[in-house]
Design a protein around this ligand. Structure first.
Ligand SMILES: [Zn+2]
Ligand SMILES: [Zn+2]
Length: 438
């Protein structure tokens, strides 16, 4: 017997044929119900011990240990504290691979909740729900390990550090971008990647644009196409000439020039770009001047620009440059313009969304899978979704009746832990269905 034949024979003995999707759903549901107390405990352990971006040492050690216990092939130290793990299914021979990503870091926020599992690290909090994302991915690993015979191919788990870092924090790459650079999407390369994010509220695509509604635990929301924005930062320094406040004609007033420049920047959105192209140009800080009776020599302002389209983003940068050049020249001032491109926009792959939605609707009911309006936030899942088709969806975590409604990135944020079941079921179902499709 050749080696391959021998392997096939062994696999044949081990593998029972994968079940029909609805039967498999029932078996997974029972396993998830059984696992629920462990999921809650895992989430609370992570929640109580949050770590900031690129400091996720204990979180990564905890995750790696769990994955090794399950028998996955585990690689640690990817992009500092990231982990790549492989789960090989036994439902027949298959070279196929699909990936799931969970981010692990927390935020510099002091938690206001008084729950027993509140943060034990002063000034650090899982206020973005990455404790939930990590727990869901660990839950998926456990469910699929228990039911390997339903997995036709390989599931790659990416536990990512440093999603919450801001582009100005570091000179080098970090987080998702660094994981990609270090080969996390190679050997094997997944055909698609799935990610989810906790959301207590959404704007439904069917409603008015500004309308928001709570997304309850048990519900999911999604977008087709853009899901987050190109999230950039800029700093402008306007330089004028100092003079006595009583003799402004002897100086160049950087405050007046900055005021004019900031006002003119607003015309990019209102007068110069296609009204159907989403765009934000916001100035968030401004500092300048020395004293009430001195003409200011220097003003510094910083802000953010949000777009979906990359070519459009470049045209906005060019318009900003024109305005700054023109306004400062008109007044005899000078300037420096430092523009930093941040996380790119997540573009949900239309084909992948379309092929995954039937899984979600089957699991949770049509009424609980809601199309949402994309936001202008930033998220570095986009670096993975630029390499392979990606689908990043929203996991409902609110429970309005129990008062769990606080937004992410706020000190009162919490989740209805029932969301853990939804997250694990959604991911396990989506991954198995993906691998099972021809
Ligand atoms: Zn966040
Ligand atoms: Zn987040």
């Amino acid at each position: 017997m050749t080696r391959t034949l021998f392997r096939l024979a062994i696999l044949g003995l081990l593998a029972s044929p994968p079940l029909a999707a609805s039967e498999r759903d029932e078996i997974f549901r029972a396993t998830i119900d059984e696992l629920f107390p462990k999921l809650v405990e895992t989430r609370r352990t992570l929640h109580a011990n949050p770590e900031l971006s690129n400091q996720e040492e204990q979180t990564a050690a905890f995750v790696a240990e769990r994955l090794r216990e399950l028998g996955l092939e585990v690689k640690t130290g990817v992009a500092k504290h990231g982990i790549v793990a492989l789960l090989r299914g036994t439902a027949g021979e298959s070279e196929r691979c699909v990936a799931i990503r969970a981010d692990m870091d927390a935020l510099p926020i002091t938690e206001l909740n008084s729950k027993p599992y509140r943060s034990r690290n002063p000034g650090v909090m899982h206020a973005c729900g990455h404790d939930v994302h990590t727990t869901v991915a660990l839950g998926v690993a456990e469910v699929l390990t228990k039911h390997k015979n339903q997995v036709r191919g390989t599931v790659k788990f990416l536990f990512q550090p440093a999603e919450e870092s801001m582009p100005t924090d570091y000179k080098e790459d970090w987080g998702a971008k660094l994981m990609v650079a270090e080969g996390a999407l190679e050997n094997p390369r997944p055909e698609a990647i799935f990610g989810l994010h906790c959301r207590p509220a959404i704007s439904p695509a069917s409603g008015l644009l500004e309308e928001t509604r709570f997304l309850e635990a048990g519900q999911l929301a999604y977008t087709v196409g853009p899901d987050s924005a190109n999230s950039d930062t800029f700093e402008v320094i306007i330089r004028g000439k100092m003079a006595h406040g009583s003799a402004p004609q002897r100086g160049v007033d950087a405050i007046v020039v900055a005021a004019e420049a900031i006002t003119a920047l607003q015309t990019i959105r209102s007068r110069r770009t296609d009204t159907r192209q989403p765009l934000v140009v916001s100035v968030g800080t401004i500092r300048g001047g020395q004293r009430h009776n001195i003409v200011a020599e220097e003003v510094r302002f910083t802000g953010t620009v949000r777009t979906y389209d990359e070519a459009f983003r470049d045209s906005v940068i060019e318009m900003m440059r024109q305005i700054l050049d023109g306004v400062t020249a008109a007044h005899g001032a000078s300037h420096t313009f430092d523009y930093r491109k941040g996380y790119p926009s997540i573009i949900n792959n239309a084909g992948l969304v379309e092929s995954t939605l039937p899984t979600f609707r089957r699991l949770f009911g049509k009424e609980n899978v809601i199309e949402a309006v994309p936001g202008m936030g930033g998220e570095d899942f986009s670096y993975f979704a630029k390499v392979v088709p990606g689908f990043y969806f929203r996991l409902g975590v609110a429970n309005e009746a129990n008062g769990i409604t606080a937004e992410i990135h706020t000190p009162a944020f919490d989740v209805d832990e029932e969301c853990l079941k939804t997250g694990v079921a959604a991911m396990a179902g989506a991954l198995c269905d993906f691998l099972g499709r021809e």
